[in-house]
Design a protein around this ligand. Sequence first.
Ligand code: S3P
Length: 186
Amino acid sequence: MKKMESLQGGETCPKTAAINSNIFLIGFMGSGKSTISACFKKNYGMDVVEMDDWIARREGMSINEIFRVRGESYFRDAETGLLRELQDRTNTVISCGGGTPLREVNVAEMKKSGKVFLLTASPRTIYDRVKGSRDRPLLEGHKNVEYIAEMLESRRDRYEAAADVIIETDHKNASEICAEIMKYLQ
Ligand code: S3P
């Protein structure tokens, strides 16, 4: 199971009605996708698909092992395949991998069944959230603010182009972020 980095403050969200579409959470590693998904599940009763966990379970390997044994492009194909399978869902929060929106075909799949929310955070915040984790092969050996800032910058345009809405997460707790997202769905 994906470990969640904690955001600022408390983690409770107000309850609300189910939604007819889906919420796709995109953003860099450590931007808070898993934490916000868990908040939606706990407090709004929504279903959650944690893409990395689903792929790892199916492959019977950790994300690190998939990258090492099968290679990154195999993993990227698995992401596209999973998004296609999710088309019939509603009331689901899909927590995408950090690289999922980098493929245009993936973004097109997301838009067919939901709204895409980009979670953003500063490189320093991201570093603080990911520094203790060992399950992100693309950051192994480069876990520092400068590298994160560079990688973030190289992805920024594609992240922003994929997003229907951009949500800044620095200095907000999960509850505030969930509520902010829900406002765009009502
Ligand atoms: C990746 C992010 C990871 C995971 C894989 C690749 C990326 O997901 O999918 O290690 O390319 O940014 P998280 O963003 O959930 O850490």
